[in-house]
Design a protein around this ligand. Structure first.
Ligand code: GDP
Length: 299
């Protein structure tokens, strides 16, 4: 919990910096409200969230003046209202097994690390886990996932660089079914440079999966790098279209000042947020707690 708060410190500090000078004004007039709204937008929270907080502030009376504590409290409450409906842990509940979880996102967003963290989390919950190295485009991605599979102690299905990712997914489902493994977590290519290729590749994976189990993939989780700020939002847009995203995991929330984008994403897309990444280790995936997160962001 402390690490989570520490992770959001730069985000809440930036919010504080942006709001400085607005506290303790005598009157909450239109100009002050405008400035607060701008400060919230500059903190990556998004225009809709900022507008919502503005309306809330305008409706409040501040008997002690516009104190920093009072403003931060209202910001926290409004953020929590936005985050609460989307907080949804990734549950293993598919029947028949395996539950197939596709992990999508641009290269460098933290996909491989997130797969390892999720695998580790499910193992701790006593589920059987199999990984599939479906990003066959990059040899490094296959190698890195193998290293993680070893480290967390789970089997992995992989093929050669440049191989057919849908064949690997096919083998993965076969193996998981034969061995009664609960979940198959699939890495996928993150080449957004060529949207059409990526779309075709994901479509092929879906076709192959669908033949084995019409309900698969059960989850399509988009991994987002919080440090990219507003870029994360355009990635949601694109991946919703090419991959049929069912939920989000935001990574690298440790030490970025751009953590506000988590709120903007929740507000704009309403997609489930399964967890957040706050470090590079296998234990650094946290369940997404709206109250704690809202308070960490608001400071
Ligand atoms: P991929 O290309 O999407 O598979 O990304 P990787 O999983 O290889 O991650 C890219 C880099 O980000 C690596 O150096 C990871 O250690 C790092 N990384 C991943 N998740 C986090 C996180 O939550 N916090 C921090 N600080 N670094 C992370």
């Amino acid at each position: 919990l402390d690490r989570l708060q520490a992770g959001f410190r730069k985000t809440s500090e930036r919010l504080g910096d942006n709001l400085t000078g607005l506290f303790n004004r005598a009157a909450l007039d239109e100009q002050t409200l405008d400035e607060i709204e701008e400060a919230l937008i500059a903190s990556d929270l998004g225009p809709a969230t900022a507008g919502r907080i503005r309306v809330r502030l305008a409706g409040e009376t501040f008997p002690l003046g516009l104190t920093e504590t009072a403003v931060r409290e209202i910001v926290a409450e409004e953020i929590e209202k936005i985050l609460a409906p989307v907080a949804q842990p990734l549950e293993i509940d598919a029947f028949p097994r395996p539950q197939v979880i596709l992990i999508v996102g641009v290269n460098g967003s933290g996909k491989t690390t997130t797969i390892a963290k999720l695998g580790h989390l499910f193992l701790e919950q006593d589920y059987g886990v199999l990984l599939a190295a479906g990003d066959t485009f990059r040899a490094a991605a296959i190698g890195q996932l193998k290293v993680w599979a070893d480290r967390i102690g789970v089997p992995i299905i992989s093929g050669p660089e440049g191989g057919d990712s849908s064949a690997i997914v096919f083998d993965g489902v076969k193996k998981a079914t034969a061995e009664g493994i609960d979940t198959l977590i699939v890495d996928t290519a993150g080449r957004l440079q060529n949207k059409k290729d990526l779309m075709d590749e994901l479509a092929k994976i879906r076709r192959v999966l669908g033949r084995l189990n019409p309900a698969a993939p059960h989850d399509v989780v988009l991994v987002l790098d919080a440090t990219t700020g507003q870029n994360a939002l355009s990635q949601i847009e694109v991946f919703k279209e090419v991959a049929g995203v069912t939920g989000l995991i935001m990574t690298k929330l440790d030490g970025t000042a751009r953590g506000g984008v988590l709120v903007a994403a929740a507000e704009r897309y309403g997609l489930p947020i399964h967890a957040i990444g706050i470090g590079e280790g296998m234990n650094d995936l946290r369940p997404f707690d709206p109250r704690v997160t809202a308070r960490a962001i608001a400071g």
